[in-house]
Design a protein around this ligand. Structure first.
Ligand SMILES: CC(=O)SCCNC(=O)CCNC(=O)[C@H](O)C(C)(C)COP(=O)(O)OP(=O)(O)OC[C@H]1O[C@@H](n2cnc3c(N)ncnc32)[C@H](O)[C@@H]1OP(=O)(O)O
Ligand SMILES: O=CC(=O)O
Ligand SMILES: [Mg+2]
Length: 534
């Protein structure tokens, strides 16, 4: 049964607490944005499909001829607000209430509250996430952990809040307009901005965003138009909305200047979202037999194509007066194993050293315990608030550098690991948990997509393993059976029966077997959630 509010049909439950977010005025703002921009969003998704067809036909991405003048001209982005000048450590995490408090208290300069890679978009997660952010902005957020009884509240000094709405590909199926689901990006953006923009400005901060999974400067332009209309509609100062674009698709890497240019009045730079970037590389070149990747563990930031991407982001941003933020090392603290814990910390340290020496102006961490490690490295390499003055004119990253396929072995262990991670991650996702520690690594929608895409790629290109065997669906079936059994062994009969392992394995298998590569695993998984009433 739908409730109609401000011309939108809402099918998700509306509790008294949810009513404070889903107000008629907030939904009227969402309806305005969806009415103005919904069609353009759908058109741009169609453009993604057309560009994929060109790549499938053999066209290699390159810097665009039609925007050469933008790349050649001298221009800079608007000056940064005072609280986005020093971003040496940014923590990220889902919009869960306890984690929002912990992240804001973590000592990081910025907290990116995430509706994307680390969040399962159940109705409850989304609306409760909005409630949590509203309370965080007003500094009134508190929490008592039901299991431990521990009470949580904000410190006097907290991180600056940025919010990552879901990507353009996602729809919010609990809210429709004229029978069509509204854009999930607009849903997350509209509710957060409506309830918090004025309050943030009054507190000398602002409505700040991270924009995920953008594939072209036209998609950045659409965001900029949304921001301009939002500022007018909500009577906010022109240009007060600021956004950092994640360069996390291979196509966006060729349009970094253009993306900054589109958002130049509102840009807070770029970020190297390495995990989706690797996923996008596999996805875009899925039909190219020369692009078959080695084991996931081999694809590190030290590989030439990823080092070129990081350096190009730094050079491009600094020329335009914008910050270039680094990405996420997936290593997290390992409890009860000091040697593994020490190894994880030193890998994170090495990763941050590479980023800081490349010229990045800050970086991401996945866990509060990693804030001091990243801060120490950036403090050592970056005495000022950022490194924007380090122009890196010495860097040259060509199209060939960005497109160089990494080399390395493909192993049965790598195949097993991909299957175990794919099943383990989807299992948690279907239970409403979008980010989990698996095998001592942080796994979210971006990292798990690499595992899923690799297995697809190896099957459909009949890739050879280092032991001479060919990866076939029959081999993958054997591995899936083995890994489902291994999950049962690991978690025990009871947790296995209560969990979603069999469902996850079925979905993983279907995604790998289907000759048509599913654009995102979260699309069919979300359909399943919605069908289950989540
Ligand atoms: C590719 C990308 O898009 S990267 C961006 C998206 N990914 C992320 O944001 C990763 C976020 N990180 C996480 O979700 C978590 O760190 C996980 C799931 C990887 C591990 O979480 P846990 O197993 O709970 O870690 P652990 O038990 O060590 O946590 C210790 C404490 O730190 C807190 N914590 C851990 N990570 C975070 C975080 N990112 N933000 C805030 N608090 C955190 C836990 O809530 C816990 O708090 P408590 O002691 O008050 O109970
Ligand atoms: O969003 C970040 C990524 O690495 O993907
Ligand atoms: Mg990502």
């Amino acid at each position: 049964m739908a409730t109609t509010i401000a011309g939108l049909d809402v099918t998700g439950p509306i509790t008294p607490a949810y009513e404070s977010i889903l107000t008629p005025d907030a939904l009227a703002f969402l309806a305005e944005l969806e009415g103005r921009f919904g069609e353009e969003r759908r058109r741009l998704l169609g453009v993604r499909t057309k560009r994929q067809a060109l790549i499938d036909a053999g066209l290699k991405p390159d810097f665009l001829e039609e925007t050469a003048a933008i790349r050649a001209a001298d221009w800079t982005v608007a000056s940064l607000p005072h609280d986005l000048i020093d971003r040496r450590v940014e923590i990220t995490g889902p919009v869960d209430r306890k984690m929002v408090i912990n992240a804001l208290n973590s000592g990081a300069k910025v907290f990116m509250a995430d509706f994307e890679d680390s969040n399962t978009p159940t109705w409850a997660n989304l609306i409760e996430g909005q409630i949590n952010l509203r309370d965080a902005v007003r500094r009134s957020i508190t929490h008592t952990d039901a299991a431990t009884g521990k009470a949580y509240a904000l410190n006097d000094e907290v991180a600056v809040l940025k919010v990552r709405p879901r990507g353009w590909h996602m729809e919010e199926k609990h809210v429709t307009m004229d029978g069509e689901p509204v854009s999930a990006s607009l849903f997350d953006f509209a509710l957060y901005t409506f309830h918090n923009a004025a309050e943030l400005l009054a507190r000398h901060s602002g409505p700040y965003f991270y924009l995920p999974k953008i594939e072209s400067h036209f998609e950045a332009r659409l965001w900029n138009e949304v921001f301009a209309v939002a500022e007018d509609y909500l009577k906010l100062p022109h240009g007060c909305i600021k956004a950092t674009v994640l360069i996390e698709t291979i196509l966006a890497a060729f349009e970094m200047d253009e993306i900054l240019y589109e958002l130049r009045e509102r840009s807070a730079g770029l970020n190297c979202g390495r995990w989706d970037y690797i996923f996008s590389f596999i996805k875009k070149f899925r039909n190219d037999p020369d692009a078959v990747m080695p084991d996931r563990a081999e694809i590190t930031m030290a590989t030439p194509f990823l080092q070129s991407y990081s350096l190009l982001a730094v050079k491009t941003c600094h020329r335009r007066g914008a910050p270039a933020i680094g990405g996420m090392a997936a290593f997290i603290p390992v409890r009860n194993d000091p040697a593994a814990n020490e190894a994880a910390f030193s890998k994170v340290r090495a990763d941050k050293e590479r980023e800081a020496s490349n010229g990045h102006d800050g970086t991401w961490v996945a866990h509060p315990a990693l804030v001091p490690v990243a801060r120490e490295v950036f403090d050592a390499y970056m005495p000022g608030p950022n490194q924007i003055a380090r122009k890196r004119a010495d860097v040259s990253a060509t199209a060939a550098d960005l497109l160089a396929v990494p080399k390395g072995p493909r192993t049965e262990a790598g195949l097993r690991q991909n299957v175990a991670v794919g099943i383990g991650y989807i299992e948690a996702w279907l239970r409403g948990i979008g980010c989990v520690p698996l095998f001592n690594l942080m796994e979210d929608a971006a990292t798990a997509e690499i595992s899923r895409a690799q297995v697809w790629q190896w099957v459909h290109h009949r890739a050879a393993l280092d032991d001479g065997r060919t990866v076939t669906m029959a081999l993958v079936d054997t591995v899936i059976d083995g890994e489902v059994a291994a999950w049962k062994e690991r978690v025990g009969e009871e947790a296995f029966a209560a969990g979603r392992y069999e469902d996850a394995a079925r979905l993983f298998r279907a995604l790998v077997e289907d000759r048509d590569f599913a654009e995102f695993l979260t699309l069919p998984a979300y359909d399943r959630l919605v069908a289950e009433g989540a």
